[in-house]
Design a protein around this ligand. Structure first.
Ligand code: BTN
Length: 259
């Protein structure tokens, strides 16, 4: 189980998971709950964990498959003193932290698909949903939600071809608290480095772990689709795509399909 005492035992962080941990055996969505708590004033580092989600939320209005005591479903409240435009980088920082977590404690070799999918052999093992509350010229809070498939042996039909889990990849069940503790440690480390020193070194690591650079892709955005070659991750965390007509386009959010 992912009980707070279990998570906090030998936890190597100063803030993340050191504040109150809100633990639920069942919850609609840890992101929804974390936003409610953040709006009520809880401090940075507050963690919401659920053993099961009944309305786990994914990006672009999708849902997140969250069966009981199988995966990790958690949300962390952050209060970075940054201008609102910096918020999307936190998603990339989280992706790096999750890839480093899997590299550190499992034999798996994860890659990052922009902006925030963690893949093993082209199947998704982890998704990240970052939600930001803005004030006029500052971030009020950011809720970072992470869903990691850990001990799933099977997936529903609609996910069978595209999803995987730690257990499916390694052939044996994995201790979920170990993954949570390692993630909190890695995430605190990369987040603090981002706040202190900027995005350059995290951006460099992100590029080493990412799979899209140089690839021909189709980007599905809310209102349109664009095709082209991925040229670069710019220093703001946007993807630079060279379209078929040679124009460069900056993509801040969308769904990417490798052609
Ligand atoms: C994605 O679409 O890839 C993002 C999925 C994010 C799922 C996690 S599970 C914990 C947290 N609570 C939610 O409702 N969603 C995120």
């Amino acid at each position: 189980m992912l009980l707070p005492a279990e998570i906090q035992e030998n936890l190597e962080t100063e803030i993340f998971g050191r504040r109150e941990i809100f633990y639920f055996t069942e919850l609609d969505s840890t992101n929804r709950k974390a936003k409610e708590l953040a709006a009520g004033g809880v401090p940075e580092g507050t963690l919401v964990v659920a053993e099961q989600q009944t309305k786990g939320r994914g990006r672009i209005g999708r849902s997140w498959h969250s069966p009981l005591r199988t995966g990790i479903y958690l949300s962390l409240v952050l209060r970075p003193r940054l201008p609102p435009g910096e918020a999307p980088k936190i998603t990339l920082v989280t992706g790096v932290a999750m890839a480093e977590t899997l590299l550190a404690v499992t034999p798996l070799r994860p890659v990052i698909k922009w902006p925030n999918d963690i893949l093993i052999d082209n199947r998704k093992i982890c998704g990240i949903l970052t939600e930001t509350s803005m004030e006029m010229d500052a971030i009020d809070f950011v809720v970072v939600g992470v869903g990691l498939n850990v001990n799933n042996r099977e997936f529903p039909d609609d996910l069978k071809e595209t999803a995987t889990s730690v257990c499916r990849e390694t052939g044996s069940p994995f201790d979920r608290p170990t993954l949570v503790k390692e993630f909190l440690k890695q995430f605190e480390h990369s987040y603090m480095s981002f706040l202190r020193s900027g995005f350059v070194s995290i951006g460099k690591r992100w590029k080493e772990l990412a799979i899209l650079l140089g690839k021909e892709v189709t980007v599905h955005m809310i209102d349109r689709t664009c095709r082209g070659r991925v040229m670069e991750l710019d220093r703001n965390g946007a993807l630079l795509i060279k379209g078929e007509n040679g124009d460069l386009e900056r993509i801040y959010s969308g769904d990417i399909q490798v052609d």
